[in-house]
Design a protein around this ligand. Sequence first.
Ligand code: PLP
Length: 394
Amino acid sequence: MNIKINENYDNLVQNYLFTETARRIREFSAKNPDKKVIKLSIGDVTLPLTKTVIEAMHKATEEMGHQETFRGYPSEYGSDFLRAAISKYYGTFGLKIDDEEIFISDGAKSDCGNIVDILGDNDVLIPDPVYPVYMDSNIMSGRNIELLPGNIDNGFLPMPDGLAKKPYVIYLCSPNNPTGAAYSREQLVEWVKYAKESGSLIIFDSAYEAFIQDKDYPHSIYAIEGARECAVEICSFSKMAGFTGTRCSWAVFPNELVVGDKSLQKLWARRQATKFNGVPYVVQRAAEAALTPEGFKEAMDNIKYYMENAKLIADLLTEKGIWFSGGVCSPYIWLKCPKEMDSWTFFDWLLDNAQVAGTPGAGFGAEGEGFFRLTAFGSRENTEEAIERLRKLL
Ligand code: PLP
């Protein structure tokens, strides 16, 4: 063939993180068949969908099998009932988001990755370490990327101090994957102020907002005055209601997001209508059920379970005097590797000596070197056993 391909793909860094951790665990288990490895590396929910969600899915499935209630293509923007339910959810935080500002999607990953379609060749600011999709999707589009380094000094919550006042596309992830750190209200005020003064756009990934347990940490960027004029928000049912395998999320494009006479909401609507055919009816009904009082209570019970795991891990690290972030508003706990070990040395050391697996921080960005991610998504039993092993070792 003689076609031209997108050569920006050559610039992607091969990320062997999860294949390499899986390979090392497999190799260890093959050599030590009598030793049980506990994975505190799980980045996926493990509790099943809740009763209310499953009932709604069954009911919607039944509807699809009858002539009178069968549905074909859903709306590309999301069904009215789910957009209304999400608008109502924002209302519980005292925020007014209109139904038309909400776009339903099959995952926050899709929206985080696809938003580059409607943006031009801007300089892009991305925290380091962070969820890799922002970086990779911008590399694929050939954008110029500047990193916002996270470290112990800033609590892995980089701020705009010292940045040039130029129009950037800024990705913020709060609570953050992998560091578990969440921006406080005051910090988000600073970011919104910076974005407005510099003419920048914030893409706010709030996929873990449901884990926030402290009122000083906003669940939505729109809790900050002025954010409607400078921020898109992307959120998901994945971690909130266990939809990682079911797939449903949303993005908010407020009416105020305009560049000259062009509306970002209209561009996104056009993009979705052209490239996306909507989320299955059954899944949208399930997502709607997750936001009913009963469904939401069940979702929060599951989150409570994970957060109790997180607290057990956090308490152990406090007891051992090991620096960490997260575990309070997030299922992730991000710790400084003891004894100045680098991320992969610590991974091997933990596996060899305690048969506990985590995720090396270096895999999430250069600033993650020397750090390590543990997650609260395991069972209570496994988490407790892992903690006992770590208590003896650390
Ligand atoms: N954003 C962050 C920060 C994540 O960690 C993840 C998944 O791990 C996603 C988005 C993707 O979510 P979804 O399952 O909705 O695609």
